[in-house]
Design a protein around this ligand. Sequence first.
Ligand code: FAD
Length: 362
Amino acid sequence: MFSFAGALAGPALPSFASASGTVQTETNRPLAGCQAAADVSPWSFTHFMSSTVENVVIVGTGCAGLTAAIYTGRANLNPLVIEGSLPGGQLTTTSEVENFPGFPHGVDGFQLMQNLREQATKFGARFEQAQVQSVDFGSSPRRLVCGDRVILAKSVIIATGASPRMTGVPGEKELYGGKGVTTCATCDGAFYRKMDVAVIGGGDSAAEEALFLTRFASKVYLVHRRDTLRASKIMADRATSHPKIECVWNAAPVAVEGVEQGAVSGLRVKDVHTGAERTLAVKGVFVAIGHVPNTGPFAAVLDVDEGGYFKPVVGSQVRTRMPGVYVAGDCADHVYRQAITAAGMGCQAAIEAERWLAEHEG
Ligand SMILES: Cc1cc2nc3c(=O)[nH]c(=O)nc-3n(C[C@H](O)[C@H](O)[C@H](O)COP(=O)(O)OP(=O)(O)OC[C@H]3O[C@@H](n4cnc5c(N)ncnc54)[C@H](O)[C@@H]3O)c2cc1C
Protein backbone atom coordinates (compact mmCIF):
# COMPACT_ATOMS: atom_id res chain seq x y z
CA MET A 1 0.00 0.00 0.00
CA PHE A 2 1.27 3.47 -0.84
CA SER A 3 2.60 5.61 1.95
CA PHE A 4 2.95 9.37 1.71
CA ALA A 5 5.69 9.15 4.32
CA GLY A 6 7.52 6.67 2.11
CA ALA A 7 7.16 8.97 -0.86
CA LEU A 8 8.63 11.83 1.13
CA ALA A 9 11.60 9.72 2.10
CA GLY A 10 12.27 8.73 -1.51
CA PRO A 11 14.78 10.25 -3.92
CA ALA A 12 14.21 13.85 -4.97
CA LEU A 13 13.96 13.03 -8.65
CA PRO A 14 13.19 9.39 -9.29
CA SER A 15 13.09 7.76 -12.72
CA PHE A 16 10.06 8.80 -14.65
CA ALA A 17 7.76 6.39 -16.42
CA SER A 18 6.48 8.29 -19.43
CA ALA A 19 3.05 7.99 -20.99
CA SER A 20 4.50 5.73 -23.68
CA GLY A 21 5.95 3.45 -21.02
CA THR A 22 9.60 4.37 -21.60
CA VAL A 23 11.63 5.15 -18.52
CA GLN A 24 13.89 8.18 -18.60
CA THR A 25 16.77 8.45 -16.19
CA GLU A 26 19.96 10.46 -15.96
CA THR A 27 21.65 7.89 -18.23
CA ASN A 28 19.04 7.53 -20.95
CA ARG A 29 18.03 11.11 -21.50
CA PRO A 30 16.06 11.67 -24.70
CA LEU A 31 18.82 13.63 -26.39
CA ALA A 32 16.95 14.00 -29.66
CA GLY A 33 14.04 15.64 -27.88
CA CYS A 34 16.44 17.87 -26.00
CA GLN A 35 18.18 18.94 -29.16
CA ALA A 36 14.96 19.67 -30.98
CA ALA A 37 13.84 21.85 -28.15
CA ALA A 38 17.20 23.59 -27.87
CA ASP A 39 16.28 25.81 -30.79
CA VAL A 40 13.44 27.39 -28.88
CA SER A 41 14.20 27.01 -25.20
CA PRO A 42 16.84 28.69 -23.05
CA TRP A 43 16.50 25.75 -20.62
CA SER A 44 17.57 23.06 -23.05
CA PHE A 45 21.27 23.21 -22.30
CA THR A 46 20.89 22.91 -18.55
CA HIS A 47 17.73 20.80 -18.28
CA PHE A 48 16.87 17.49 -19.81
CA MET A 49 13.62 17.44 -21.61
CA SER A 50 11.11 14.65 -21.91
CA SER A 51 10.43 13.62 -25.51
CA THR A 52 6.90 12.72 -24.47
CA VAL A 53 4.17 15.31 -24.57
CA GLU A 54 1.74 14.54 -21.76
CA ASN A 55 -1.98 15.01 -22.37
CA VAL A 56 -2.42 16.62 -19.00
CA VAL A 57 -0.02 17.41 -16.19
CA ILE A 58 -1.57 18.01 -12.77
CA VAL A 59 0.53 19.99 -10.30
CA GLY A 60 -0.29 19.09 -6.69
CA THR A 61 -1.69 16.08 -4.84
CA GLY A 62 -4.16 17.68 -2.45
CA CYS A 63 -7.94 17.25 -2.79
CA ALA A 64 -8.04 19.35 -5.96
CA GLY A 65 -5.12 17.66 -7.73
CA LEU A 66 -6.15 14.11 -6.86
CA THR A 67 -9.78 14.70 -7.85
CA ALA A 68 -8.56 16.08 -11.17
CA ALA A 69 -6.36 12.96 -11.47
CA ILE A 70 -9.36 10.66 -10.90
CA TYR A 71 -11.46 12.46 -13.52
CA THR A 72 -8.75 12.78 -16.17
CA GLY A 73 -7.67 9.20 -15.46
CA ARG A 74 -11.20 7.92 -16.01
CA ALA A 75 -11.33 9.94 -19.22
CA ASN A 76 -8.34 7.87 -20.45
CA LEU A 77 -6.01 10.86 -20.51
CA ASN A 78 -3.24 9.04 -18.61
CA PRO A 79 -2.50 12.09 -16.39
CA LEU A 80 0.93 12.79 -14.94
CA VAL A 81 0.68 14.18 -11.40
CA ILE A 82 3.51 16.20 -9.81
CA GLU A 83 3.48 15.67 -6.04
CA GLY A 84 5.33 18.68 -4.65
CA SER A 85 6.83 18.80 -1.18
CA LEU A 86 3.60 17.83 0.60
CA PRO A 87 2.28 14.64 -1.03
CA GLY A 88 -1.43 14.38 -0.19
CA GLY A 89 -1.66 18.09 0.61
CA GLN A 90 -2.83 19.89 3.74
CA LEU A 91 -5.31 17.24 4.86
CA THR A 92 -2.44 14.86 5.62
CA THR A 93 -1.51 17.24 8.45
CA THR A 94 -4.78 16.72 10.32
CA SER A 95 -6.31 13.71 11.99
CA GLU A 96 -10.10 13.77 12.03
CA VAL A 97 -12.08 15.18 9.09
CA GLU A 98 -15.79 15.29 9.93
CA ASN A 99 -17.21 17.37 7.10
CA PHE A 100 -16.16 15.51 3.95
CA PRO A 101 -19.36 14.03 2.48
CA GLY A 102 -19.67 10.26 2.57
CA PHE A 103 -18.02 9.64 5.93
CA PRO A 104 -20.74 9.76 8.62
CA HIS A 105 -18.22 8.75 11.29
CA GLY A 106 -15.44 11.04 10.09
CA VAL A 107 -12.25 10.00 8.37
CA ASP A 108 -8.55 10.41 9.11
CA GLY A 109 -7.13 13.13 6.83
CA PHE A 110 -4.13 11.05 5.80
CA GLN A 111 -6.34 8.03 5.06
CA LEU A 112 -8.72 10.13 2.97
CA MET A 113 -5.87 11.36 0.80
CA GLN A 114 -4.45 7.87 0.48
CA ASN A 115 -7.88 6.69 -0.72
CA LEU A 116 -8.01 9.46 -3.33
CA ARG A 117 -4.55 8.55 -4.54
CA GLU A 118 -5.41 4.86 -4.84
CA GLN A 119 -8.54 5.76 -6.75
CA ALA A 120 -6.54 7.95 -9.17
CA THR A 121 -3.88 5.26 -9.62
CA LYS A 122 -6.59 2.71 -10.43
CA PHE A 123 -7.63 4.86 -13.39
CA GLY A 124 -4.12 5.24 -14.74
CA ALA A 125 -2.76 8.38 -13.03
CA ARG A 126 1.05 8.38 -12.78
CA PHE A 127 2.87 10.20 -10.00
CA GLU A 128 6.20 11.95 -10.01
CA GLN A 129 7.89 13.22 -6.88
CA ALA A 130 9.04 16.65 -7.98
CA GLN A 131 8.47 20.35 -7.47
CA VAL A 132 7.59 22.74 -10.30
CA GLN A 133 9.99 25.66 -10.17
CA SER A 134 9.01 27.63 -13.25
CA VAL A 135 6.88 27.32 -16.36
CA ASP A 136 6.72 28.49 -19.94
CA PHE A 137 3.10 28.69 -21.02
CA GLY A 138 3.88 30.89 -24.01
CA SER A 139 4.90 27.86 -26.06
CA SER A 140 2.95 24.84 -27.22
CA PRO A 141 3.28 22.28 -25.74
CA ARG A 142 3.40 23.92 -22.32
CA ARG A 143 6.64 23.46 -20.39
CA LEU A 144 7.13 22.87 -16.69
CA VAL A 145 10.59 22.95 -15.12
CA CYS A 146 11.11 20.55 -12.21
CA GLY A 147 14.71 20.57 -11.02
CA ASP A 148 16.78 19.63 -14.03
CA ARG A 149 13.84 18.21 -16.00
CA VAL A 150 11.43 19.88 -18.37
CA ILE A 151 8.02 18.26 -18.69
CA LEU A 152 5.97 18.93 -21.81
CA ALA A 153 2.18 19.04 -21.62
CA LYS A 154 -0.74 19.77 -23.88
CA SER A 155 -2.81 20.90 -20.90
CA VAL A 156 -2.00 21.72 -17.29
CA ILE A 157 -4.06 21.77 -14.08
CA ILE A 158 -2.44 23.74 -11.26
CA ALA A 159 -3.65 22.68 -7.81
CA THR A 160 -0.85 23.86 -5.54
CA GLY A 161 -2.92 24.93 -2.52
CA ALA A 162 -2.24 27.69 -0.01
CA SER A 163 -0.03 27.33 3.04
CA PRO A 164 -1.32 28.73 6.32
CA ARG A 165 0.96 31.38 7.84
CA MET A 166 2.24 30.30 11.24
CA THR A 167 3.63 32.32 14.14
CA GLY A 168 6.70 30.11 14.58
CA VAL A 169 6.55 30.11 18.39
CA PRO A 170 7.76 27.01 20.27
CA GLY A 171 5.13 24.29 20.61
CA GLU A 172 3.11 25.45 17.61
CA LYS A 173 4.67 23.01 15.15
CA GLU A 174 4.79 20.14 17.65
CA LEU A 175 1.09 20.46 18.49
CA TYR A 176 -0.17 21.26 14.99
CA GLY A 177 -2.83 19.04 13.40
CA GLY A 178 -4.95 17.02 15.79
CA LYS A 179 -3.12 18.06 18.95
CA GLY A 180 -4.76 21.41 19.54
CA VAL A 181 -3.08 23.85 17.17
CA THR A 182 -4.98 24.44 13.95
CA THR A 183 -5.58 27.03 11.25
CA CYS A 184 -9.20 26.32 10.41
CA ALA A 185 -12.18 27.01 12.68
CA THR A 186 -14.67 25.73 10.11
CA CYS A 187 -12.77 22.44 10.01
CA ASP A 188 -11.90 21.94 13.67
CA GLY A 189 -14.17 24.21 15.75
CA ALA A 190 -16.62 21.43 16.57
CA PHE A 191 -13.88 19.50 18.38
CA TYR A 192 -13.72 22.23 21.06
CA ARG A 193 -17.22 22.07 22.53
CA LYS A 194 -17.40 23.61 26.00
CA MET A 195 -13.66 24.32 26.04
CA ASP A 196 -11.67 27.57 26.18
CA VAL A 197 -9.74 28.38 23.00
CA ALA A 198 -7.55 31.19 21.68
CA VAL A 199 -7.50 32.77 18.23
CA ILE A 200 -4.30 34.55 17.16
CA GLY A 201 -4.75 37.43 14.71
CA GLY A 202 -6.47 40.75 14.23
CA GLY A 203 -7.85 40.77 10.69
CA ASP A 204 -11.21 39.77 9.24
CA SER A 205 -10.36 36.07 9.26
CA ALA A 206 -9.38 36.17 12.93
CA ALA A 207 -12.62 37.96 13.84
CA GLU A 208 -14.63 35.51 11.72
CA GLU A 209 -12.90 32.48 13.25
CA ALA A 210 -13.47 33.82 16.77
CA LEU A 211 -17.16 34.45 16.11
CA PHE A 212 -17.59 31.00 14.54
CA LEU A 213 -15.92 29.37 17.54
CA THR A 214 -18.41 30.96 19.97
CA ARG A 215 -20.89 28.33 18.71
CA PHE A 216 -18.87 25.61 20.41
CA ALA A 217 -16.30 26.96 22.84
CA SER A 218 -17.10 28.25 26.34
CA LYS A 219 -14.74 31.16 25.88
CA VAL A 220 -12.67 32.54 23.00
CA TYR A 221 -9.57 34.67 23.65
CA LEU A 222 -8.77 36.86 20.68
CA VAL A 223 -5.04 37.57 20.89
CA HIS A 224 -3.82 40.57 18.93
CA ARG A 225 -0.58 42.55 19.07
CA ARG A 226 -2.36 45.94 18.78
CA ASP A 227 -5.14 47.57 20.80
CA THR A 228 -7.70 47.50 17.99
CA LEU A 229 -8.56 44.91 15.35
CA ARG A 230 -7.51 45.39 11.74
CA ALA A 231 -10.77 43.71 10.70
CA SER A 232 -13.57 45.66 8.98
CA LYS A 233 -15.61 47.76 11.43
CA ILE A 234 -18.65 45.51 11.30
CA MET A 235 -16.63 42.34 12.00
CA ALA A 236 -14.56 44.08 14.68
CA ASP A 237 -17.69 45.39 16.42
CA ARG A 238 -19.33 41.96 16.34
CA ALA A 239 -16.24 40.27 17.74
CA THR A 240 -15.41 42.78 20.45
CA SER A 241 -19.01 42.96 21.71
CA HIS A 242 -19.60 39.20 21.81
CA PRO A 243 -20.05 37.99 25.40
CA LYS A 244 -17.99 34.84 24.79
CA ILE A 245 -15.02 36.67 23.23
CA GLU A 246 -12.34 38.27 25.39
CA CYS A 247 -9.87 40.40 23.47
CA VAL A 248 -6.30 40.13 24.71
CA TRP A 249 -4.85 43.39 23.41
CA ASN A 250 -1.19 44.27 22.85
CA ALA A 251 -0.31 40.62 23.21
CA ALA A 252 2.08 38.48 21.19
CA PRO A 253 2.22 34.68 21.43
CA VAL A 254 5.36 33.36 23.12
CA ALA A 255 4.76 29.59 23.21
CA VAL A 256 2.08 26.95 22.91
CA GLU A 257 2.19 24.84 26.07
CA GLY A 258 1.49 21.13 26.37
CA VAL A 259 4.22 19.59 24.19
CA GLU A 260 5.15 17.03 26.89
CA GLN A 261 1.53 15.85 27.17
CA GLY A 262 1.06 15.85 23.38
CA ALA A 263 -1.96 18.18 23.61
CA VAL A 264 -2.38 21.93 24.00
CA SER A 265 -2.75 23.01 27.64
CA GLY A 266 -2.23 26.75 27.23
CA LEU A 267 -1.03 29.67 25.17
CA ARG A 268 1.72 31.79 26.70
CA VAL A 269 1.44 35.45 25.66
CA LYS A 270 3.53 38.54 26.28
CA ASP A 271 2.39 42.14 26.65
CA VAL A 272 4.24 43.92 23.84
CA HIS A 273 4.60 47.11 25.94
CA THR A 274 5.48 45.82 29.41
CA GLY A 275 6.98 42.45 28.49
CA ALA A 276 4.82 40.78 31.17
CA GLU A 277 3.92 37.19 30.35
CA ARG A 278 0.92 35.08 31.27
CA THR A 279 -0.65 31.81 30.20
CA LEU A 280 -4.15 31.56 28.81
CA ALA A 281 -5.46 28.15 29.88
CA VAL A 282 -6.86 26.95 26.55
CA LYS A 283 -7.24 23.57 24.86
CA GLY A 284 -7.20 24.90 21.31
CA VAL A 285 -5.11 27.51 19.52
CA PHE A 286 -6.41 28.79 16.18
CA VAL A 287 -3.75 30.60 14.17
CA ALA A 288 -5.55 33.10 11.90
CA ILE A 289 -2.82 35.29 10.46
CA GLY A 290 -3.45 34.50 6.82
CA HIS A 291 -2.45 32.07 4.08
CA VAL A 292 0.22 32.17 1.40
CA PRO A 293 -1.05 30.76 -1.91
CA ASN A 294 1.56 28.55 -3.58
CA THR A 295 1.39 30.38 -6.89
CA GLY A 296 4.98 31.70 -7.07
CA PRO A 297 6.29 29.58 -9.97
CA PHE A 298 3.28 30.56 -12.13
CA ALA A 299 2.60 34.14 -11.01
CA ALA A 300 4.61 35.71 -13.81
CA VAL A 301 2.52 34.08 -16.53
CA LEU A 302 -0.96 33.78 -14.98
CA ASP A 303 -3.16 36.44 -13.37
CA VAL A 304 -3.07 36.61 -9.58
CA ASP A 305 -4.92 38.96 -7.21
CA GLU A 306 -3.36 41.24 -4.60
CA GLY A 307 -3.15 38.32 -2.14
CA GLY A 308 -1.30 36.19 -4.70
CA TYR A 309 -4.27 33.86 -5.41
CA PHE A 310 -4.89 32.81 -9.00
CA LYS A 311 -7.56 34.91 -10.69
CA PRO A 312 -9.51 32.75 -13.16
CA VAL A 313 -11.21 34.43 -16.13
CA VAL A 314 -14.61 35.99 -15.50
CA GLY A 315 -17.39 33.41 -15.60
CA SER A 316 -15.25 30.43 -14.57
CA GLN A 317 -13.70 29.22 -11.33
CA VAL A 318 -10.91 27.30 -13.03
CA ARG A 319 -10.17 28.63 -16.53
CA THR A 320 -7.15 30.92 -16.95
CA ARG A 321 -6.34 33.26 -19.82
CA MET A 322 -3.94 30.59 -21.15
CA PRO A 323 -5.90 28.08 -23.26
CA GLY A 324 -5.62 24.58 -21.79
CA VAL A 325 -4.26 25.81 -18.45
CA TYR A 326 -6.54 25.52 -15.42
CA VAL A 327 -6.33 26.28 -11.71
CA ALA A 328 -8.14 24.47 -8.89
CA GLY A 329 -8.46 24.39 -5.12
CA ASP A 330 -7.09 26.66 -2.42
CA CYS A 331 -4.53 28.31 -4.73
CA ALA A 332 -7.48 29.95 -6.50
CA ASP A 333 -9.88 30.28 -3.57
CA HIS A 334 -9.30 32.63 -0.66
CA VAL A 335 -12.92 32.36 0.47
CA TYR A 336 -13.86 28.75 1.24
CA ARG A 337 -10.58 26.79 1.44
CA GLN A 338 -12.26 23.46 2.20
CA ALA A 339 -11.47 19.92 1.08
CA ILE A 340 -14.79 19.51 -0.70
CA THR A 341 -14.61 22.86 -2.51
CA ALA A 342 -11.04 22.06 -3.61
CA ALA A 343 -12.20 18.65 -4.86
CA GLY A 344 -15.09 20.33 -6.71
CA MET A 345 -12.72 22.69 -8.46
CA GLY A 346 -10.43 19.78 -9.34
CA CYS A 347 -13.41 18.09 -10.98
CA GLN A 348 -14.28 21.27 -12.93
CA ALA A 349 -10.70 21.71 -14.12
CA ALA A 350 -10.49 18.07 -15.25
CA ILE A 351 -13.70 18.29 -17.27
CA GLU A 352 -12.53 21.56 -18.83
CA ALA A 353 -9.16 20.03 -19.74
CA GLU A 354 -10.81 16.96 -21.21
CA ARG A 355 -13.13 19.10 -23.38
CA TRP A 356 -10.32 21.39 -24.44
CA LEU A 357 -8.17 18.42 -25.50
CA ALA A 358 -11.08 16.86 -27.39
CA GLU A 359 -11.73 20.12 -29.23
CA HIS A 360 -8.09 20.66 -30.12
CA GLU A 361 -7.29 17.10 -31.10
CA GLY A 362 -10.44 16.52 -33.16
C1 FAD B 1 -4.82 21.49 9.92
C2 FAD B 1 -5.85 21.56 8.83
C3 FAD B 1 -7.07 20.94 9.00
C4 FAD B 1 -8.03 20.99 8.01
N1 FAD B 1 -9.20 20.34 8.21
C5 FAD B 1 -10.14 20.37 7.24
C6 FAD B 1 -11.39 19.71 7.42
O1 FAD B 1 -11.65 19.10 8.48
N2 FAD B 1 -12.29 19.78 6.42
C7 FAD B 1 -12.05 20.46 5.24
O2 FAD B 1 -12.91 20.48 4.36
N3 FAD B 1 -10.88 21.11 5.06
C8 FAD B 1 -9.93 21.08 6.01
N4 FAD B 1 -8.76 21.75 5.83
C9 FAD B 1 -8.55 22.50 4.58
C10 FAD B 1 -8.16 21.53 3.45
O3 FAD B 1 -7.07 20.77 3.87
C11 FAD B 1 -7.81 22.33 2.21
O4 FAD B 1 -8.90 23.14 1.84
C12 FAD B 1 -7.49 21.37 1.05
O5 FAD B 1 -6.43 20.52 1.41
C13 FAD B 1 -7.11 22.16 -0.20
O6 FAD B 1 -6.75 21.25 -1.18
P1 FAD B 1 -5.84 21.69 -2.41
O7 FAD B 1 -5.77 20.50 -3.29
O8 FAD B 1 -6.34 22.95 -2.99
O9 FAD B 1 -4.40 22.06 -1.80
P2 FAD B 1 -3.43 21.37 -0.76
O10 FAD B 1 -4.09 20.34 0.06
O11 FAD B 1 -2.76 22.49 -0.09
O12 FAD B 1 -2.37 20.62 -1.69
C14 FAD B 1 -1.45 21.34 -2.46
C15 FAD B 1 -0.55 20.36 -3.20
O13 FAD B 1 0.26 21.08 -4.12
C16 FAD B 1 1.59 20.64 -4.03
N5 FAD B 1 2.45 21.75 -4.49
C17 FAD B 1 2.53 23.01 -4.01
N6 FAD B 1 3.42 23.74 -4.72
C18 FAD B 1 3.91 22.90 -5.67
C19 FAD B 1 4.85 23.04 -6.73
N7 FAD B 1 5.49 24.20 -6.95
N8 FAD B 1 5.12 21.97 -7.49
C20 FAD B 1 4.49 20.79 -7.29
N9 FAD B 1 3.56 20.61 -6.33
C21 FAD B 1 3.29 21.65 -5.53
C22 FAD B 1 1.77 20.25 -2.57
O14 FAD B 1 2.85 19.33 -2.43
C23 FAD B 1 0.41 19.58 -2.31
O15 FAD B 1 0.45 18.25 -2.71
C24 FAD B 1 -7.77 21.70 6.80
C25 FAD B 1 -6.54 22.33 6.61
C26 FAD B 1 -5.59 22.27 7.61
C27 FAD B 1 -4.27 22.94 7.38
